[in-house]
Design a protein around this ligand. Structure first.
Ligand code: GTP
Ligand code: MG
Length: 425
Protein backbone atom coordinates (compact mmCIF):
# COMPACT_ATOMS: atom_id res chain seq x y z
CA UNK A 1 0.00 0.00 0.00
CA UNK A 2 1.30 3.49 -0.79
CA UNK A 3 1.09 6.37 1.68
CA UNK A 4 -1.69 8.02 -0.33
CA UNK A 5 -3.69 4.83 -0.30
CA UNK A 6 -3.11 4.62 3.46
CA UNK A 7 -4.54 8.10 4.02
CA UNK A 8 -7.71 7.47 2.07
CA UNK A 9 -8.17 4.07 3.64
CA UNK A 10 -7.94 5.41 7.19
CA UNK A 11 -11.36 6.97 6.79
CA UNK A 12 -12.61 3.63 5.45
CA UNK A 13 -11.16 1.83 8.46
CA UNK A 14 -12.90 4.14 10.89
CA UNK A 15 -16.23 3.49 9.15
CA UNK A 16 -15.52 -0.23 9.36
CA UNK A 17 -14.80 0.06 13.06
CA UNK A 18 -18.06 1.86 13.78
CA UNK A 19 -19.98 -0.71 11.78
CA UNK A 20 -18.37 -3.67 13.54
CA UNK A 21 -19.27 -2.16 16.89
CA UNK A 22 -22.85 -1.79 15.75
CA UNK A 23 -22.86 -5.38 14.44
CA UNK A 24 -21.59 -6.67 17.76
CA UNK A 25 -24.54 -5.04 19.53
CA UNK A 26 -26.97 -6.34 16.96
CA UNK A 27 -25.64 -9.87 17.31
CA UNK A 28 -26.20 -9.76 21.05
CA UNK A 29 -29.81 -8.81 20.47
CA UNK A 30 -30.25 -11.52 17.84
CA UNK A 31 -28.83 -14.13 20.21
CA UNK A 32 -31.31 -13.08 22.85
CA UNK A 33 -34.12 -13.30 20.33
CA UNK A 34 -33.08 -16.80 19.29
CA UNK A 35 -33.04 -17.98 22.90
CA UNK A 36 -36.53 -16.58 23.38
CA UNK A 37 -37.67 -18.20 20.14
CA UNK A 38 -36.28 -21.50 21.33
CA UNK A 39 -38.14 -21.20 24.60
CA UNK A 40 -41.39 -20.47 22.77
CA UNK A 41 -40.88 -23.45 20.47
CA UNK A 42 -40.18 -25.72 23.41
CA UNK A 43 -43.35 -24.54 25.07
CA UNK A 44 -45.24 -25.30 21.88
CA UNK A 45 -43.88 -28.83 21.85
CA UNK A 46 -44.97 -29.31 25.42
CA UNK A 47 -48.45 -28.08 24.57
CA UNK A 48 -48.63 -30.27 21.51
CA UNK A 49 -47.58 -33.26 23.54
CA UNK A 50 -50.17 -32.51 26.17
CA UNK A 51 -52.90 -32.21 23.60
CA UNK A 52 -51.73 -35.37 21.87
CA UNK A 53 -52.00 -33.74 18.53
CA UNK A 54 -50.96 -35.37 15.33
CA UNK A 55 -47.60 -37.14 15.52
CA UNK A 56 -46.48 -35.55 12.28
CA UNK A 57 -47.01 -32.05 13.60
CA UNK A 58 -45.17 -32.93 16.77
CA UNK A 59 -42.25 -34.26 14.82
CA UNK A 60 -42.02 -31.15 12.71
CA UNK A 61 -42.02 -28.96 15.80
CA UNK A 62 -39.38 -31.10 17.46
CA UNK A 63 -37.21 -30.81 14.40
CA UNK A 64 -37.58 -27.06 14.55
CA UNK A 65 -36.45 -27.11 18.18
CA UNK A 66 -33.42 -29.20 17.28
CA UNK A 67 -32.49 -26.79 14.52
CA UNK A 68 -32.91 -23.82 16.82
CA UNK A 69 -30.85 -25.58 19.46
CA UNK A 70 -28.02 -25.97 16.94
CA UNK A 71 -28.34 -22.28 16.15
CA UNK A 72 -28.35 -21.26 19.79
CA UNK A 73 -25.40 -23.54 20.50
CA UNK A 74 -23.51 -21.94 17.69
CA UNK A 75 -24.18 -18.52 19.14
CA UNK A 76 -23.31 -19.74 22.61
CA UNK A 77 -20.09 -21.08 21.24
CA UNK A 78 -18.89 -17.77 19.95
CA UNK A 79 -20.12 -16.03 23.06
CA UNK A 80 -18.31 -18.36 25.43
CA UNK A 81 -16.52 -16.51 28.18
CA UNK A 82 -13.24 -18.14 27.34
CA UNK A 83 -10.36 -17.88 24.94
CA UNK A 84 -12.56 -18.49 21.91
CA UNK A 85 -14.27 -15.15 22.32
CA UNK A 86 -12.98 -12.32 20.19
CA UNK A 87 -13.85 -8.80 21.21
CA UNK A 88 -13.47 -5.72 19.12
CA UNK A 89 -10.20 -4.16 20.27
CA UNK A 90 -9.05 -0.56 20.12
CA UNK A 91 -9.25 1.57 17.03
CA UNK A 92 -5.49 1.55 16.68
CA UNK A 93 -2.76 1.12 14.12
CA UNK A 94 -3.34 -2.66 14.05
CA UNK A 95 -7.02 -2.22 13.27
CA UNK A 96 -6.32 0.33 10.57
CA UNK A 97 -3.66 -1.79 8.92
CA UNK A 98 -5.87 -4.91 8.97
CA UNK A 99 -8.88 -3.02 7.62
CA UNK A 100 -6.71 -1.59 4.86
CA UNK A 101 -5.48 -5.04 3.85
CA UNK A 102 -9.09 -6.22 3.64
CA UNK A 103 -10.10 -3.13 1.66
CA UNK A 104 -7.22 -3.69 -0.77
CA UNK A 105 -8.73 -7.11 -1.54
CA UNK A 106 -11.97 -5.48 -2.56
CA UNK A 107 -13.92 -6.11 0.65
CA UNK A 108 -16.59 -3.60 1.53
CA UNK A 109 -17.11 -2.15 4.99
CA UNK A 110 -20.09 -4.48 5.39
CA UNK A 111 -18.17 -7.62 4.58
CA UNK A 112 -15.48 -7.58 7.23
CA UNK A 113 -15.63 -9.32 10.61
CA UNK A 114 -13.95 -8.91 13.99
CA UNK A 115 -12.40 -12.35 13.53
CA UNK A 116 -10.69 -11.29 10.32
CA UNK A 117 -9.34 -8.11 11.87
CA UNK A 118 -8.13 -10.06 14.88
CA UNK A 119 -6.37 -12.66 12.75
CA UNK A 120 -4.64 -10.09 10.53
CA UNK A 121 -3.40 -8.19 13.58
CA UNK A 122 -2.02 -11.45 14.94
CA UNK A 123 -0.35 -12.29 11.66
CA UNK A 124 1.22 -8.88 11.40
CA UNK A 125 2.48 -9.06 14.98
CA UNK A 126 3.61 -12.65 14.45
CA UNK A 127 5.72 -11.78 11.45
CA UNK A 128 7.34 -8.86 13.27
CA UNK A 129 10.56 -10.76 13.95
CA UNK A 130 10.88 -11.84 10.33
CA UNK A 131 10.22 -8.28 9.29
CA UNK A 132 12.72 -6.75 11.68
CA UNK A 133 15.70 -8.43 10.11
CA UNK A 134 14.33 -8.02 6.64
CA UNK A 135 12.06 -5.15 5.79
CA UNK A 136 13.38 -2.59 8.24
CA UNK A 137 16.87 -3.17 6.95
CA UNK A 138 15.60 -3.24 3.42
CA UNK A 139 13.88 0.10 3.82
CA UNK A 140 16.95 1.59 5.45
CA UNK A 141 19.02 0.47 2.54
CA UNK A 142 16.61 1.27 -0.25
CA UNK A 143 15.08 4.38 1.23
CA UNK A 144 13.01 6.27 -1.30
CA UNK A 145 15.82 6.45 -3.82
CA UNK A 146 15.67 4.60 -7.11
CA UNK A 147 17.02 1.03 -6.99
CA UNK A 148 20.64 0.47 -7.95
CA UNK A 149 22.54 -2.73 -8.76
CA UNK A 150 24.15 -2.40 -5.29
CA UNK A 151 20.78 -2.23 -3.54
CA UNK A 152 19.85 -5.44 -5.35
CA UNK A 153 22.91 -7.13 -3.83
CA UNK A 154 21.73 -6.02 -0.39
CA UNK A 155 18.24 -7.27 -1.10
CA UNK A 156 19.66 -10.63 -2.16
CA UNK A 157 21.50 -11.00 1.16
CA UNK A 158 18.38 -10.02 3.12
CA UNK A 159 16.14 -12.49 1.32
CA UNK A 160 18.60 -15.31 1.95
CA UNK A 161 18.86 -14.27 5.61
CA UNK A 162 15.05 -14.42 5.95
CA UNK A 163 15.16 -18.07 4.78
CA UNK A 164 13.40 -17.29 1.55
CA UNK A 165 15.67 -19.85 -0.15
CA UNK A 166 18.17 -19.63 -3.00
CA UNK A 167 15.73 -20.44 -5.81
CA UNK A 168 13.13 -17.85 -4.82
CA UNK A 169 15.78 -15.24 -4.13
CA UNK A 170 17.40 -15.78 -7.52
CA UNK A 171 14.06 -15.51 -9.20
CA UNK A 172 13.12 -12.26 -7.47
CA UNK A 173 16.53 -10.66 -7.98
CA UNK A 174 16.65 -11.62 -11.65
CA UNK A 175 13.22 -10.14 -12.29
CA UNK A 176 14.19 -6.94 -10.50
CA UNK A 177 17.50 -6.75 -12.39
CA UNK A 178 15.67 -7.14 -15.67
CA UNK A 179 13.27 -4.38 -14.72
CA UNK A 180 16.17 -2.15 -13.68
CA UNK A 181 17.82 -2.60 -17.06
CA UNK A 182 14.68 -1.36 -18.74
CA UNK A 183 13.71 1.60 -16.55
CA UNK A 184 14.41 3.60 -13.41
CA UNK A 185 12.69 1.96 -10.45
CA UNK A 186 11.85 4.14 -7.43
CA UNK A 187 12.00 2.81 -3.85
CA UNK A 188 8.24 2.60 -3.41
CA UNK A 189 7.77 1.01 -6.80
CA UNK A 190 10.57 -1.44 -6.01
CA UNK A 191 8.74 -2.62 -2.89
CA UNK A 192 5.50 -3.02 -4.85
CA UNK A 193 7.32 -5.02 -7.50
CA UNK A 194 8.97 -7.13 -4.78
CA UNK A 195 5.56 -7.87 -3.23
CA UNK A 196 4.16 -8.93 -6.60
CA UNK A 197 7.12 -11.22 -7.23
CA UNK A 198 6.92 -12.86 -3.80
CA UNK A 199 3.19 -13.36 -4.19
CA UNK A 200 3.68 -14.97 -7.61
CA UNK A 201 6.13 -17.48 -6.09
CA UNK A 202 3.71 -18.52 -3.34
CA UNK A 203 0.74 -18.56 -5.68
CA UNK A 204 2.32 -20.83 -8.29
CA UNK A 205 1.77 -24.21 -6.58
CA UNK A 206 -1.67 -23.05 -5.40
CA UNK A 207 -2.68 -22.19 -8.98
CA UNK A 208 -1.19 -25.46 -10.26
CA UNK A 209 -3.30 -27.43 -7.77
CA UNK A 210 -6.48 -25.92 -9.22
CA UNK A 211 -7.80 -25.30 -5.70
CA UNK A 212 -7.56 -21.83 -4.24
CA UNK A 213 -8.75 -22.54 -0.72
CA UNK A 214 -8.85 -26.06 0.65
CA UNK A 215 -12.25 -27.08 2.02
CA UNK A 216 -13.86 -30.51 2.28
CA UNK A 217 -15.59 -31.48 -0.97
CA UNK A 218 -19.32 -31.93 -0.58
CA UNK A 219 -21.03 -35.30 -0.80
CA UNK A 220 -17.87 -37.32 -0.19
CA UNK A 221 -15.73 -38.36 2.73
CA UNK A 222 -12.67 -36.12 2.89
CA UNK A 223 -9.72 -37.54 4.78
CA UNK A 224 -6.96 -35.14 5.74
CA UNK A 225 -3.79 -36.78 7.01
CA UNK A 226 -1.78 -34.43 9.19
CA UNK A 227 1.85 -35.46 8.86
CA UNK A 228 5.29 -34.14 9.82
CA UNK A 229 8.23 -34.74 12.13
CA UNK A 230 7.84 -34.58 15.89
CA UNK A 231 6.98 -31.38 17.66
CA UNK A 232 6.15 -29.26 14.61
CA UNK A 233 2.56 -28.71 15.76
CA UNK A 234 0.55 -31.49 14.08
CA UNK A 235 -1.84 -32.19 16.93
CA UNK A 236 -2.39 -28.51 17.71
CA UNK A 237 -3.00 -27.78 14.05
CA UNK A 238 -5.46 -30.64 13.82
CA UNK A 239 -7.33 -29.25 16.82
CA UNK A 240 -7.58 -25.84 15.20
CA UNK A 241 -8.70 -27.43 11.91
CA UNK A 242 -11.41 -29.38 13.73
CA UNK A 243 -12.65 -26.10 15.18
CA UNK A 244 -12.60 -24.29 11.83
CA UNK A 245 -14.34 -27.17 10.13
CA UNK A 246 -17.09 -27.79 12.66
CA UNK A 247 -17.66 -24.04 13.00
CA UNK A 248 -18.17 -23.98 9.25
CA UNK A 249 -20.82 -26.69 9.60
CA UNK A 250 -18.88 -29.63 8.18
CA UNK A 251 -19.55 -32.85 10.05
CA UNK A 252 -16.11 -33.54 11.43
CA UNK A 253 -14.41 -36.49 13.10
CA UNK A 254 -10.90 -37.00 14.47
CA UNK A 255 -8.83 -40.19 14.26
CA UNK A 256 -6.12 -40.52 16.89
CA UNK A 257 -3.64 -42.43 14.76
CA UNK A 258 -0.55 -41.32 16.68
CA UNK A 259 -0.39 -44.45 18.80
CA UNK A 260 3.34 -44.09 19.37
CA UNK A 261 3.39 -41.25 21.87
CA UNK A 262 1.78 -42.09 25.19
CA UNK A 263 -0.15 -38.86 25.85
CA UNK A 264 -1.15 -38.23 22.24
CA UNK A 265 -4.76 -39.41 22.63
CA UNK A 266 -5.40 -37.29 25.74
CA UNK A 267 -3.95 -34.23 24.03
CA UNK A 268 -6.20 -34.80 21.05
CA UNK A 269 -9.23 -35.40 23.24
CA UNK A 270 -8.77 -31.93 24.77
CA UNK A 271 -8.89 -30.38 21.31
CA UNK A 272 -11.87 -32.56 20.39
CA UNK A 273 -13.74 -31.32 23.47
CA UNK A 274 -12.90 -27.70 22.72
CA UNK A 275 -14.07 -27.93 19.13
CA UNK A 276 -16.98 -30.29 19.96
CA UNK A 277 -15.69 -32.96 17.59
CA UNK A 278 -15.57 -36.66 18.48
CA UNK A 279 -12.24 -38.46 18.65
CA UNK A 280 -11.95 -42.09 17.56
CA UNK A 281 -9.11 -43.81 19.36
CA UNK A 282 -7.82 -47.12 20.59
CA UNK A 283 -6.43 -46.86 24.09
CA UNK A 284 -4.71 -50.25 24.09
CA UNK A 285 -0.94 -50.30 24.13
CA UNK A 286 0.78 -50.66 20.77
CA UNK A 287 -2.48 -50.17 18.91
CA UNK A 288 -2.05 -50.20 15.16
CA UNK A 289 -2.56 -46.73 13.62
CA UNK A 290 -4.09 -48.26 10.51
CA UNK A 291 -6.60 -50.08 12.72
CA UNK A 292 -7.58 -46.77 14.36
CA UNK A 293 -8.14 -45.29 10.91
CA UNK A 294 -10.18 -48.36 9.98
CA UNK A 295 -12.49 -47.77 12.99
CA UNK A 296 -12.64 -44.05 12.28
CA UNK A 297 -13.73 -44.63 8.68
CA UNK A 298 -16.48 -46.94 9.87
CA UNK A 299 -17.65 -44.26 12.28
CA UNK A 300 -17.36 -41.55 9.61
CA UNK A 301 -19.44 -43.60 7.17
CA UNK A 302 -22.07 -44.32 9.76
CA UNK A 303 -22.36 -40.65 10.71
CA UNK A 304 -22.07 -39.41 7.15
CA UNK A 305 -19.13 -37.24 8.14
CA UNK A 306 -17.74 -34.69 5.70
CA UNK A 307 -14.23 -34.57 7.09
CA UNK A 308 -12.03 -37.05 8.93
CA UNK A 309 -8.89 -35.48 10.40
CA UNK A 310 -6.12 -37.99 11.08
CA UNK A 311 -3.40 -37.22 13.61
CA UNK A 312 -0.23 -39.18 12.86
CA UNK A 313 2.97 -39.91 14.75
CA UNK A 314 5.98 -37.66 14.25
CA UNK A 315 8.45 -39.85 15.98
CA UNK A 316 9.01 -43.49 15.16
CA UNK A 317 12.04 -45.72 15.37
CA UNK A 318 13.19 -44.41 12.03
CA UNK A 319 12.02 -42.53 8.98
CA UNK A 320 11.23 -45.67 7.00
CA UNK A 321 8.80 -46.81 9.68
CA UNK A 322 7.10 -43.45 9.51
CA UNK A 323 6.68 -43.66 5.74
CA UNK A 324 5.55 -47.31 5.93
CA UNK A 325 2.93 -46.37 8.46
CA UNK A 326 1.61 -43.53 6.32
CA UNK A 327 1.34 -45.75 3.27
CA UNK A 328 -0.45 -48.40 5.32
CA UNK A 329 -2.97 -45.79 6.47
CA UNK A 330 -3.50 -44.67 2.89
CA UNK A 331 -4.03 -48.26 1.71
CA UNK A 332 -6.74 -48.78 4.32
CA UNK A 333 -8.52 -45.60 3.21
CA UNK A 334 -8.27 -46.58 -0.48
CA UNK A 335 -9.65 -49.99 0.27
CA UNK A 336 -12.53 -48.93 2.49
CA UNK A 337 -13.56 -45.69 0.78
CA UNK A 338 -12.12 -45.68 -2.74
CA UNK A 339 -13.87 -42.43 -3.62
CA UNK A 340 -12.66 -40.56 -0.53
CA UNK A 341 -10.76 -37.36 -1.16
CA UNK A 342 -7.39 -37.76 0.56
CA UNK A 343 -5.21 -34.79 1.42
CA UNK A 344 -1.76 -35.37 2.90
CA UNK A 345 -0.83 -32.15 4.61
CA UNK A 346 2.71 -31.66 5.80
CA UNK A 347 3.03 -29.54 8.93
CA UNK A 348 6.17 -27.40 9.07
CA UNK A 349 7.45 -25.36 11.97
CA UNK A 350 8.53 -22.01 10.49
CA UNK A 351 11.02 -21.44 13.29
CA UNK A 352 13.06 -24.37 11.99
CA UNK A 353 13.90 -22.41 8.84
CA UNK A 354 16.12 -24.31 6.41
CA UNK A 355 15.93 -27.46 8.55
CA UNK A 356 12.19 -27.53 8.07
CA UNK A 357 12.73 -27.14 4.37
CA UNK A 358 14.98 -30.19 4.35
CA UNK A 359 12.29 -32.18 6.16
CA UNK A 360 9.72 -31.06 3.62
CA UNK A 361 11.92 -32.20 0.75
CA UNK A 362 12.51 -35.59 2.30
CA UNK A 363 8.82 -36.10 3.12
CA UNK A 364 7.75 -34.93 -0.31
CA UNK A 365 9.90 -37.63 -1.92
CA UNK A 366 8.26 -40.51 -0.12
CA UNK A 367 4.94 -39.40 1.31
CA UNK A 368 3.02 -38.16 -1.72
CA UNK A 369 2.06 -34.84 -0.15
CA UNK A 370 -0.69 -32.58 -1.45
CA UNK A 371 -0.12 -29.46 0.65
CA UNK A 372 1.70 -27.76 3.49
CA UNK A 373 0.66 -26.08 6.71
CA UNK A 374 3.14 -23.60 8.18
CA UNK A 375 2.96 -23.25 11.97
CA UNK A 376 4.61 -21.10 14.62
CA UNK A 377 4.83 -18.05 12.40
CA UNK A 378 4.47 -16.04 15.58
CA UNK A 379 7.73 -14.97 17.08
CA UNK A 380 10.13 -16.44 14.54
CA UNK A 381 12.48 -14.53 12.28
CA UNK A 382 12.21 -17.25 9.67
CA UNK A 383 8.74 -16.70 8.24
CA UNK A 384 10.37 -16.34 4.83
CA UNK A 385 10.72 -20.11 4.71
CA UNK A 386 7.11 -20.25 3.49
CA UNK A 387 8.38 -18.94 0.16
CA UNK A 388 11.04 -21.61 -0.03
CA UNK A 389 8.42 -24.31 0.59
CA UNK A 390 6.40 -23.01 -2.34
CA UNK A 391 9.35 -22.56 -4.67
CA UNK A 392 11.55 -25.52 -3.80
CA UNK A 393 9.13 -28.22 -2.70
CA UNK A 394 6.36 -27.04 -4.96
CA UNK A 395 3.69 -27.51 -2.30
CA UNK A 396 0.62 -25.30 -2.03
CA UNK A 397 0.43 -23.75 1.44
CA UNK A 398 -3.09 -24.47 2.69
CA UNK A 399 -3.17 -23.06 6.23
CA UNK A 400 -0.93 -21.00 8.46
CA UNK A 401 -0.74 -20.95 12.23
CA UNK A 402 0.40 -18.01 14.31
CA UNK A 403 -0.26 -18.94 17.93
CA UNK A 404 -1.36 -21.69 20.28
CA UNK A 405 -5.03 -20.65 20.56
CA UNK A 406 -7.91 -22.44 18.86
CA UNK A 407 -8.48 -19.55 16.45
CA UNK A 408 -4.83 -19.08 15.56
CA UNK A 409 -5.04 -20.95 12.26
CA UNK A 410 -6.45 -19.69 9.02
CA UNK A 411 -6.68 -20.71 5.38
CA UNK A 412 -3.63 -19.34 3.64
CA UNK A 413 -4.06 -16.09 1.75
CA UNK A 414 -0.96 -15.05 -0.20
CA UNK A 415 -1.99 -11.40 -0.41
CA UNK A 416 -2.37 -11.09 3.35
CA UNK A 417 0.82 -13.03 3.99
CA UNK A 418 2.99 -10.83 1.77
CA UNK A 419 1.37 -7.65 3.12
CA UNK A 420 2.11 -8.82 6.68
CA UNK A 421 5.65 -9.82 5.72
CA UNK A 422 6.32 -6.34 4.32
CA UNK A 423 3.91 -4.53 6.61
CA UNK A 424 5.96 -1.40 7.10
CA UNK A 425 5.25 -0.39 3.54
N1 GTP B 1 3.71 -20.31 19.27
C1 GTP B 1 3.14 -21.33 18.63
N2 GTP B 1 3.20 -22.56 19.15
C2 GTP B 1 2.61 -23.57 18.51
C3 GTP B 1 1.93 -23.38 17.27
N3 GTP B 1 1.46 -24.59 16.87
C4 GTP B 1 1.84 -25.49 17.81
N4 GTP B 1 2.53 -24.89 18.80
C5 GTP B 1 3.14 -25.51 20.00
O1 GTP B 1 4.11 -26.47 19.62
C6 GTP B 1 4.19 -27.52 20.57
C7 GTP B 1 4.11 -28.87 19.89
O2 GTP B 1 2.82 -28.99 19.33
P1 GTP B 1 2.12 -30.39 19.00
O3 GTP B 1 0.85 -30.05 18.33
O4 GTP B 1 2.08 -31.28 20.18
O5 GTP B 1 3.15 -30.98 17.95
P2 GTP B 1 3.13 -32.41 17.25
O6 GTP B 1 3.71 -32.24 15.89
O7 GTP B 1 1.79 -33.01 17.32
O8 GTP B 1 4.15 -33.22 18.17
P3 GTP B 1 4.35 -34.83 18.22
O9 GTP B 1 3.00 -35.43 18.31
O10 GTP B 1 5.19 -35.03 19.45
O11 GTP B 1 5.09 -35.21 16.99
C8 GTP B 1 3.06 -27.26 21.55
O12 GTP B 1 3.58 -26.66 22.70
C9 GTP B 1 2.13 -26.30 20.80
O13 GTP B 1 1.41 -25.47 21.67
C10 GTP B 1 1.88 -22.05 16.73
O14 GTP B 1 1.34 -21.77 15.65
N5 GTP B 1 2.50 -21.08 17.44
MG1 MG C 1 1.12 -34.82 18.09
Amino acid sequence: MTNNESDSSREWASQAYALLKQKQELKKQEDQLKVEQLKAEELKVEQLKAEELKVEQLKAEELKVEQLKVEVNKQDFSNLQDETEVKLGEFDDNFTWSAMVLAAQGKTVNEISIDEIDWLSKLRRGLEETRKGFVSELLDKLGDDPLTPESLDDLETLLIKADVGIDSTDKVINSLRKKLNEEVVGGEEGIKFLKDELRAIIEKPIKNSGTNILVPQKGKLNVWLIVGVNGVGKTTTLGKLAYLSSKSNYKTLIAAADTFRAAAVEQLQVWGDRSKVDVISNQSKNADPAAVVFDAINAANKRKSDLLLVDTAGRLQNKNNLMDELSKIKKIIDKKVPDAIIESLLVLDASQGQNGLKQAKSFAKSANLSGAIITKLDGTSRGGVSLAVSAEVNLPIRFIGAGEGIKDLRPFNSFEFVEALLADR
